[in-house]
Design a protein around this ligand. Sequence first.
Ligand SMILES: [Zn+2]
Length: 144
Amino acid sequence: MDLKWNTPVESLTKSEISRIFVLTVQLCQEEFGPPVAGKIPSLKIRPRSLCVCAGQYCWVKNQITVVIKQNPTLRSLIDTIIHEYVHSVQDLDMYFFLEEVFGYRSNPLEVQAVKIAEKWRTPFLRAIKSQEKIILQKNHRIFD
Ligand SMILES: [Zn+2]
């Protein structure tokens, strides 16, 4: 995989997206701790969605949904995965109460998820790229 910031997500296969998800979530777990649900969230890939959201975290299923249409580039994909993972480690009991008080965008739980994703998407993409390189080198050694 030749991964760049502007790599179109639509050009990636489902298994490549899953691999990026697994690597991103691993980094999230190291950095932000395990989800409240105890185990790593599962991934659901949707080509498009009726709402404008790029992703969603469902705490009932402990599942992160990624909407391909709303994540045109690798940058937004990784941002979305981090954002939704942050929701998985937050105490979401107050989520809807806070939304009523502050609205969606100013909900402190949303503000925190946006900030953390912005801060970590660049170092995480770098880490994913270097990990991919190591895997490629290992494969070369196996096949050479
Ligand atoms: Zn959110």
